[in-house]
Design a protein. Structure first.
Lengths: 131, 410
C-alpha cells in the first residue's frame, strides 16, 4: 500500500505499547482536537532526578495520531524534562518515518502538544509548542 | 428542458473531472456538499469579464462601467429568477450563505429581537446557522431552542409544534442537512412558523443547488445560499428577503454603494438591494454565479433532483451491504445526495486518506455540524456527496475503496 499506512503505523495503532493511564503519575495533560473529535491524555512518571521512567497515552483518534502518540511515549522514556521540552515536529516525523500534509500533521502533533504542555505545566496546549 | 441528465455531456463540461491525481489515478470527486466543481461556462464567464469588461460598477459612465453594471445587475436578475423571487431587488449579493445569515442576525434580528425573545433552530444546523445566533444570544439575551432530530435523521415536527406555542420571533433552519442529507418539509415548517407569528429563515446552502426552490411557494421570509455549492465561484452568495422586511431593516456594512447621500456627520442609506452591498462587490464572481444558475436552469432542477435521488438510492443500497458501515440519516426518499457514514474500528480520517490514494475525494470530520455529531454520539463521520457529474461507477469505486480500507485495518 502507501507510506502513510505502512505496517509500523497500522501495527502500532492496533497494538500500542504505551496505551493507558499511569496512576499515580507526576505529570498529566489532556487535550482535544475539536476539528476531528480526537482526544488525548498523556501521563508521565519521573524518577528522583526528574527523568521520565514511564510514559503513557490514552484517548481516541486516527491511526496516524494514535501511532504517533505511541511512538512518542516510547521515545521519551529515559529523557530529562529539558530533553522533552526541546522536542519538535521533526522528531515526530522521524519517528513515523513519513511525510505528512498540513491536515494530517495536526493529527500527528496532537500528542506532542499535550506532552509538552504537560511538561511545561501549561493550562492550555498551543500550536507554538510544536512549531 | 431535458427530463434526464445528459451525464456524458456534464462530464465533458467539467475540465477538472478529467484530471488524474497521479498517473493512472483519475479523480473521483465526492465532496460537492463542501464545494462543487465548476463547468466551463462558469470559468468562461469570469474570464470574459476580466478580458473584456472589467470595470467598477454603478455610477461610471464609460462603456466598460456600463457593461460591468449591466452584467452585475443581470446576474442578480438571473439568480432571482432561479429561486422565483418576485423581484431582483429582493436578492442581496453577499460573500456566501454564512454572510447572508449574519446579515439577518446583525440587522433584522438586532432591530427586532430583545432579551427573552425566542429563536427556534434545529439540532441539525450547520455552524453557520448556529454561531450567529449564539452571538446574538450572548449580546442580547435572546433565548435559543432547538427542534430535535430523531434517530432516523428527521426533524421531530411534534416537538416543533410545542416549541411554537412559546411564541418564537424567528424560526431558522436548514432546508437540507449537509450531513444527513435530510430534506426538511420547509413549506409546512414555514407555514407553521407564520401561524405562530414568527419570521422564517431558510438556510438554502444545500437545497438551492440540489432541489427546485421557489421562495414564493415556500413563503420564505429569508433564504440564504452560496454560489460555490451550485457550480459557481467562491466569494459570492445571496440573501433573498421579503421586501417589507428588507425595506425596514437597518443597513449592514457601511461604505460606498450602500448610501444615497453622505454628509460629514451623517448618511442616508441607498434603496434595495444596494443598501446591503457596501464597497466594490465580487463582480466577476457575479458573472460566474449567473452562468452557474443558467447551467442548472438548462438542466432543469427537477431533473437534477431526480438524477441525484437515483444516485443516492443506489449509493445507500451499496454502502449498507458493507459489514461495519453505518450510514446516518433518513432513507433515500427523504434525502438528497449525501451519505455520511462510519466504518467500525476505523477513524474517518483514515478512511478518507486511504480513499484518496485511489483518487476518491470524500470529507472526514464533523462537517461544521458538531452538535449533530454529538447527538449521534460520534466525533466524526466520513461523508460522500454527489452532484450532477457523478455516476453509479463513482459509487462502485467508493465501495471498492471502503473494502480496501477494511482490508488494511482488518
Amino acid at each position: 500500500m502507501d507510506d502513510l499506512y505502512r505496517d509500523q503505523i497500522i501495527d502500532r495503532y492496533k497494538n500500542p505499547h504505551h496505551r493507558g493511564r499511569l496512576d499515580p503519575h507526576d505529570i498529566r495533560f489532556e487535550d482535544d482536537n475539536p476539528l476531528c473529535g480526537d482526544h488525548i491524555e498523556v501521563t508521565l512518571r519521573l524518577d528522583g532526578e526528574g527523568k521520565v521512567t514511564e510514559a503513557a497515552f490514552d484517548g481516541r483518534g486516527c491511526a496516524i495520531s494514535q501511532a504517533a502518540a505511541d511512538l512518542l511515549m516510547e521515545s521519551v522514556v529515559g529523557s530529562s524534562l529539558d530533553d522533552v521540552k526541546a522536542l519538535d515536529k521533526q522528531h515526530l516525523l522521524d519517528l513515523l518515518g513519513i511525510d505528512l500534509g498540513p491536515v494530517r500533521l495536526k493529527c500527528a502533533l496532537l500528542s506532542l502538544k499535550a506532552l509538552k504542555a504537560g511538561v511545561y505545566g501549561l493550562g492550555e496546549a498551543s500550536d507554538d509548542l510544536v512549531e | 428542458m431535458p427530463q434526464t441528465l445528459d451525464i456524458l455531456q456534464a462530464l465533458r463540461d467539467f475540465p477538472i473531472l478529467g484530471r488524474e491525481l497521479r498517473p493512472g489515478v483519475p479523480l473521483v470527486y465526492l465532496d460537492s456538499t463542501a464545494t462543487t466543481q465548476k463547468p466551463l461556462a462558469v470559468l468562461a464567464a469570469m474570464d470574459e469579464f476580466y478580458r473584456r469588461s472589467n470595470a467598477n460598477i454603478h455610477r461610471g459612465v464609460h462603456t466598460l462601467a456600463e457593461e460591468a453594471t449591466a452584467l452585475y445587475e443581470g446576474a442578480r436578475q438571473r439568480v432571482a429568477d432561479f429561486i422565483h423571487a418576485p423581484s431582483a431587488r429582493q436578492v442581496i449579493f453577499t460573500r456566501n450563505a454564512t454572510e447572508s445569515i449574519n446579515l439577518v442576525a446583525y440587522t433584522w434580528a438586532r432591530a427586532n429581537l430583545k432579551a427573552g425573545d425566542l429563536v427556534i433552530l434545529t439540532e441539525m444546523e450547520h455552524h453557520s446557522n448556529l454561531v450567529p445566533w449564539h452571538m446574538l444570544a450572548a449580546e442580547r439575551g435572546v433565548d435559543l431552542d432547538f427542534i430535535p432530530v430523531t434517530d432516523d435523521g428527521l426533524l421531530d415536527l411534534d416537538a416543533y409544534r410545542l416549541l411554537l406555542e412559546r411564541g418564537p420571533k424567528l424560526v431558522a433552519f436548514a432546508h437540507m442537512s449537509n450531513v444527513l442529507g435530510t430534506i426538511n418539509p420547509a413549506a409546512e415548517m414555514v407555514r407553521l412558523a407564520h401561524e405562530a407569528g414568527a419570521v422564517a429563515l431558510l438556510d438554502g446552502a444545500q437545497s438551492v443547488p440540489h432541489l427546485p426552490v421557489d421562495v414564493q411557494a415556500l413563503d420564505a421570509d429569508f433564504l440564504a445560499f452560496s454560489a460555490h455549492k451550485m457550480l459557481g465561484p467562491t466569494g459570492i452568495g445571496a440573501l433573498y428577503g421579503r421586501q417589507e422586511l428588507l425595506e425596514a431593516m437597518p443597513p449592514f456594512l457601511g461604505g460606498g454603494d450602500m448610501i444615497k447621500s453622505v454628509k460629514l456627520r451623517s448618511f442616508a442609506p441607498n434603496s434595495l438591494p444596494h443598501k446591503f452591498e457596501a464597497g466594490t462587490p465580487a463582480i466577476a464572481e457575479a458573472a460566474g454565479f449567473a452562468a452557474a444558475v443558467e447551467y442548472l436552469a438548462h438542466l432543469g432542477m427537477e431533473a437534477v433532483a431526480d438524477y441525484e435521488h437515483k444516485l443516492i438510492a443506489y449509493a445507500l443500497e451499496r454502502l449498507e451491504e458493507i459489514p461495519g458501515v453505518k450510514v446516518f440519516g433518513p432513507a433515500a426518499d427523504r434525502k438528497g445526495g449525501v451519505a455520511s457514514f462510519t466504518l467500525e474500528g476505523v477513524h474517518p480520517h483514515d478512511v478518507a486518506q486511504i480513499l484518496d490514494r485511489d483518487g476518491i475525494a470524500v470529507r472526514a470530520g464533523h462537517h461544521c455540524a458538531q452538535p449533530l455529531h454529538e447527538k449521534f454520539g460520534i466525533p466524526a463521520t466520513t461523508r460522500a456527496s454527489f452532484y450532477i457529474y457523478n455516476t453509479e461507477a463513482d459509487v462502485d469505486k467508493l465501495v471498492d475503496g471502503i473494502y480496501k480500507v477494511k482490508k488494511i485495518f482488518g
